[in-house]
Write a protein that binds this ligand. Structure first.
Ligand SMILES: [Zn+2]
Length: 415
């Protein structure tokens, strides 16, 4: 192949798309092969050199030979053989078309760009805002903390790339072409009857997590994303943790003067009583990260008298109630939303990835009671299948929500 052309539309103003794509450190967020990218000067102009490092540790260089703001950027390799051009066009205030053209004068393209790379760019750029849904009078907003595909795949033993590639509907939203899973750690902010209810609070910043260090010591802009929705920490009325795993309780607290203090000081934090009673014993079979999380993200809430221990069918208000979905942890709950005849379920972790919709018998390593977790998945999927109940998957990548349909064997997820 001597040349490659690709076109993608991104739901963002042209200025955002242009700025994001030419900014060197951003490349690592959307081009999997690039682990580092730097320029010799900033802002970028004709002659600016971009130095890239790939996964194998090899460096390459391209320099800018054309740049017109919000219109076009063209790069050329050091040996002048390889060329690459991005052309930007505004389709409307919030929609931009990006055309990609790369070519070589001699030989073949070594590693041509794929549409999948651009789909990732689209997701990364569009996620800056986050998705939202309406269920009757209830509004739901997404707050993304981090990507979780790799870790979730490593704990779902049946979800090998070969097995994932067989489930064709997972592509492009929930898996890439090669069978790698896409997933997120995210919170869902629910607005119901004028109150703000935060469902699950992700990993949090600066927490010690010896077993899964990738999800420890984070420094994300999670709270800024909440504030960007026009909501401050002080305005959260309730926090609900579907279960007490470390990736669902982290932002309950933040570090202040070497002490873990409540991040949402005006929120009542709802924990299932039975779930709480399980984790307070620090069960030997569970990983250290969950025990650490109990101490740094659950106990301080109890100490501050903000915790409310409830039954697993607790009714939060006229639109929201807990439903029991045990197995992943002993008293895991999901959230049922019912308003004006519309219904939705926020899953928590009774499902981790849509591949378990296709194969409910795919067990996750972190399930405390795998047999009960399987029963729960089958029961819930059968209950929701072919209905108008929107399933919002707590770890699902964008578009996160969809409908369950019965298929020949198993189920499919329609988004
Ligand atoms: Zn989780």
């Amino acid at each position: 192949m001597k040349s490659k052309r690709l076109t993608i539309q991104i739901n963002k103003p042209i200025n955002d798309v242009f700025k994001f794509t030419i900014t060197p450190p951003n490349s690592t967020l959307w081009i999997d092969g690039v682990v580092e990218e730097k320029t010799n000067e900033w802002p970028v102009r004709v002659g600016t050199v971009y130095k890239l490092k790939n996964k194998k540790g090899e460096y390459s260089e391209v320099s800018v030979n054309t740049i017109i703001e919000n219109k076009v950027v063209e790069w050329i390799s050091k040996d002048q053989n390889y060329h690459c051009r991005y052309t930007f066009r505004s389709l409307n205030k919030n929609l931009t078309e990006l055309k990609y053209f790369e070519w070589v004068d001699k030989g073949n393209l070594e590693d041509p760009f794929t549409l999948e790379i651009f789909q990732k760019l689209k997701v990364v750029l569009e996620q800056c805002k986050g998705l939202s849904w309406t269920v009757g009078e209830v509004e739901i907003f997404q707050i993304i903390e981090i990507q979780a595909g790799e870790l979730i795949q490593s704990t779902l033993k049946s979800a090998t790339p070969e097995n994932i590639q067989k489930i064709q509907w997972l592509y492009p939203h929930f898996a890439d072409e090669k069978g790698n899973l896409k997933a997120l750690v995210q919170s869902l902010l629910v607005k119901s009857e004028g109150k703000y209810i935060l469902i699950d609070t992700c990993n949090g910043n600066g927490k010690t997590r010896p077993t899964i260090p990738e999800w420890g010591n984070l420094n994300t802009d999670y709270l800024k994303k909440l504030n960007d929705l026009g909501v401050s920490e002080l305005e959260i009325d309730f926090v609900i943790c579907t279960h007490l795993h470390f990736d669902h309780v982290g932002w309950n607290t933040r570090l202040e003067n070497f002490t873990w203090v409540p991040t949402f000081p005006n929120a009542r934090c709802l924990f299932s009583k039975k779930e709480y009673d399980y984790w307070i014993e620090k069960p030997e079979k569970e990983i250290d990260d969950d025990k650490f999380a109990f101490d740094d993200s659950v106990a301080p809430i109890v100490k501050a008298r903000l915790a409310k221990l409830v039954d697993n069918n607790y009714k939060i208000d006229k639109n929201l109630r807990l439903i029991s979905t045990p197995g992943h942890t002993p008293d895991h709950v999901s959230i049922m939303i019912e308003s004006e005849g519309k219904r939705a379920i926020i899953s928590g972790d009774f499902l981790h990835h849509p591949c378990q919709i296709a194969n409910p018998n795919w067990t996750m390593d972190a399930d405390t009671l795998p047999d009960i977790a399987l029963q729960t998945r089958e029961k819930l999927l059968n209950h929701v299948a072919n209905s108008s109940i929107l399933l919002i998957g707590s770890h699902f990548s964008n578009p996160v929500a969809g409908l369950i349909k019965k298929a020949k064997d198993g189920f499919i997820f329609e988004v």
